[in-house]
Design a binder for this molecule. Structure first.
Ligand code: BTN
Length: 326
């Protein structure tokens, strides 16, 4: 009920009377008062004025079920929400409850991951309380080969959500890093359980550097955060809700059309290296070429020096800018 009270306080520009809250939520005014006190204990600053009611003055940047549900406005993605204060990895949590049958769209969020995972077997470290680390469980009825396109869809959704909320102009470093001013803001790790011809579930894990003010020396030139780029704090619960909303739209488009082609032009409009020289690092060696955009299946098209156009599929291949990380 606390999230319903918060939602009503948000929706109103001024005061909401205790009577209106109790009528709409069908509970006593005493129950409302108790929940208001509980919200205050959670860090919300709520003004209470006799004969006028309650007004939200300030909200803490915490990730709780209430804070997230206040903002989430989707049909399926995030309707089942699990919030951890601390866990190993939200991807691991969803994989384990995915095995037990958790519903499509289940989202797991953590204030702190103690064993966050990155791509290519790396770890993903984010300080408690300053990052947004979460995963989405999906059960798409498409062939397993298309699962990697969901990662591209997620990168697009995150980039769109960040721009909408902050006014930044983020870009995507293929396949799935969201970058700003040539530094990484977001990492995405997708994992899948499937057999030969059907997907059991896909877990899309997203880590966003939100209110991080400092990175270790070795990352300073490569990583950034929303706080460093905008100079302002971003409320992580509202960012989560915006990402889920944008992702739901991208996911629906992907499912209805049965592929990535429908998202290709939006993705390319954000592609950091479009028309530039990129360096393709393959297990067998590295080579340079001009980035031409994406194929309909989400592969990166790179024109080699001999004029041939190669289709790069994500996996063990890394693509960097010709002259730096992006
Ligand atoms: C990368 O290497 O760029 C991908 C990083 C993905 C990190 C996110 S944080 C939430 C989810 N849980 C994990 O353990 N990893 C992903």
């Amino acid at each position: 009920m606390k999230s319903k009270i918060l939602r009503m306080l948000h929706e109103s520009c001024g005061f909401v009377s205790g009577q209106e809250l109790s009528d709409r939520l069908e509970v006593s005014r005493t129950a409302i008062w108790k929940d208001i006190k509980a919200l205050e204990a959670d860090g919300y600053v709520i003004e209470a004025v006799r004969n006028r009611g309650y007004r939200l003055i300030e909200e803490p940047d915490v990730l709780t079920k209430e804070s997230c549900e206040t903002y989430i406005d989707t049909e399926a993605i995030g309707k089942n929400l699990i919030v951890y204060d601390k866990t190993d990895s939200t991807n691991n949590r969803l994989k384990s409850i995915g095995e037990e049958g958790a519903v499509h769209g289940t989202v797991a969020v953590a204030e702190l991951q103690e064993a966050g995972k990155g791509r290519l077997g790396r770890s993903w470290v984010a300080p408690a309380g300053a990052a947004l680390t979460f995963s989405i469980l999906l059960r798409p009825s498409v062939e397993p080969a298309k699962a990697s396109m969901l990662t591209l869809a997620a990168a697009l959704a995150v980039s769109e959500a960040i721009d909408e909320l902050t006014g930044l102009h983020t870009q995507i470093k293929w396949p799935n890093d969201v970058v700003c001013n040539s530094k990484k803001l977001v990492g995405i790790l997708t994992e899948m359980s499937a057999d030969m011809d059907s997907i059991h579930y896909v877990v899309v894990g997203i880590g966003i550097n939100v209110n991080i003010t400092e990175f270790p020396d070795e990352l300073k030139t490569k990583a950034t955060s929303l706080m460093l780029e905008t100079g302002k704090r971003v409320l992580r619960s509202s960012l989560l809700a915006e990402v889920l909303k944008k992702f739901e739209v991208c996911y629906e488009k992907f499912m209805v059309s049965g592929g990535f082609a429908v998202l290709k032009s939006d993705y390319e409009a954000r592609l950091a290296n479009l028309g530039r020289i990129v360096c393709v690092l393959e297990p067998g060696g590295e080579w340079r070429g001009e980035c031409l955009g994406l194929a309909e299946d989400g592969a990166l098209l790179v024109k080699a020096d001999d004029g041939s156009v190669k289709s790069i599929i994500s996996g063990e291949v890394s693509v960097r800018g010709g002259y730096g990380y992006v």
